[in-house]
Design a protein around this ligand. Structure first.
Ligand SMILES: [Zn+2]
Length: 167
């Protein structure tokens, strides 16, 4: 089932929930639809737009900043499921500086990668393999936990709210 980004009343990303949960929030008037998928659900009493983003009607206190582990799912989310060398659909994780050469498993050394680039690169640095990163890998910003929880399923509709914090 597709998931829905929940924004605080202040438009700050708060959590990711199932569509069903988001619809319940809207029906109970605890949230309003910000972006919808252009489909609707009918209940006995109402017809409701299927949301991709909802916003709470009252402000809730924001939980503490979460640490984002470097998982395949989270890296794919950050890199939008694209190989960071050639933009093909990503299939694996590449250590920019290979682990065999002391590269660490950290946000700034791990990128999403297609199988072809991964095999071609092998145990070399990108420069040695004639590859160039599209952008330097960075740790996710404040809302990186969304990538960790949603991974490949990060919805394009959510990005404006995630990027608002990327400065
Ligand atoms: Zn590639």
């Amino acid at each position: 089932m597709r998931r829905v980004l929940v924004l605080n009343a202040s438009y700050e990303p708060l959590s990711v929930v199932t569509t069903r949960r988001a619809v319940v929030l809207v029906l109970r008037e605890k949230a309003v639809v910000v972006t919808s998928r252009g489909e609707s659900w009918r209940s006995e009493r109402a017809e409701i737009e299927v949301p991709s983003v909802v916003r709470l009607t009252s402000y809730v206190k924001v939980p503490m900043r979460r640490v984002v582990p470097v998982t395949r799912r989270a890296v794919f989310g950050r890199d939008q499921n694209r190989c960071q060398y050639c933009e093909a659909p990503a299939e694996s994780i590449d250590h920019v500086v290979p682990r065999s050469r002391g590269g660490k498993h950290t946000w700034d050394n791990v990128v999403a990668c297609c199988r072809r680039c991964n095999v071609h690169k092998g145990d070399r640095l990108p420069s040695e393999a004639g590859l160039r990163l599209r952008r330097p890998p960075r740790p996710p910003r404040r809302y990186g936990w969304i990538f960790a929880s949603a991974g490949y399923a990060v919805d394009p509709d959510w990005r404006p709210y995630l990027l608002a914090d990327s400065a």
